[in-house]
Write a protein that binds this ligand. Structure first.
Ligand SMILES: CC(C)(COP(=O)(O)OP(=O)(O)OC[C@H]1O[C@@H](n2cnc3c(N)ncnc32)[C@H](O)[C@@H]1OP(=O)(O)O)[C@@H](O)C(=O)NCCC(=O)NCCS
Length: 133
């Protein structure tokens, strides 16, 4: 499930600050930076569900809804979408917090993504996921 506003029942899996070094040619944050952090956030939840190492096998979808600016606090919320035999699919919802006035901050959904991870064994081969919460 993707979130339309930051959920209150869980912390962001990854939260960080968008910096000038992460900008594209027009001064906004470039999409690859967002994709990298979404991949990390999804991998953290997948790792916890699988109980061990995972690798990304597919980016099923990545949608950029609004731009991200330098100085935004960017938070990646994750949710389990599907657990297979060796794979787990994670939905990622990305929100920014941005000051609009002195002491006032607004929050926007800027991206949604869905990625699939495979639990791997010591030989880098797919391994069954035994945890099925
Ligand atoms: C991930 C990897 C171990 C899978 O190996 P494989 O031999 O293709 O494994 P399988 O065919 O048995 O598939 C394993 C699982 O992945 C799923 N899968 C494979 N390709 C997929 C795709 N394109 N999209 C979604 N799921 C996929 C399968 O459905 C299966 O899930 P299930 O067991 O829950 O049903 C292998 O492809 C790999 O090492 N890829 C590189 C991973 C990597 O380096 N990622 C970082 C990229 S920078």
């Amino acid at each position: 499930m993707h979130f339309t506003s930051p959920p209150h029942d869980r912390a962001a899996t990854v939260s960080t600050l968008a910096m000038p070094k992460d900008t594209n040619g027009v001064g906004d944050i470039f999409g690859g930076w967002l994709m990298s952090h979404a991949d990390i956030a999804g991998a953290i939840l997948a790792y916890r569900i699988a109980g061990g190492r995972v690798v990304t096998v597919a980016v099923n979808e990545f949608i950029f809804l609004r731009p991200v600016y330098v100085g935004d606090v960017v938070s990646f919320y994750t949710d389990r979408s599907r657990i297979g035999r060796t794979s787990v699919t994670i939905d990622v919802s990305v929100f920014v917090e941005r000051p609009i006035d002195l002491g006032e901050i607004e929050s926007h959904l800027v991206s949604t993504a869905q990625l699939t991870y495979v639990h791997i064994d010591g030989n880098q081969r797919p391994a069954p996921i035994e945890t099925r919460p």
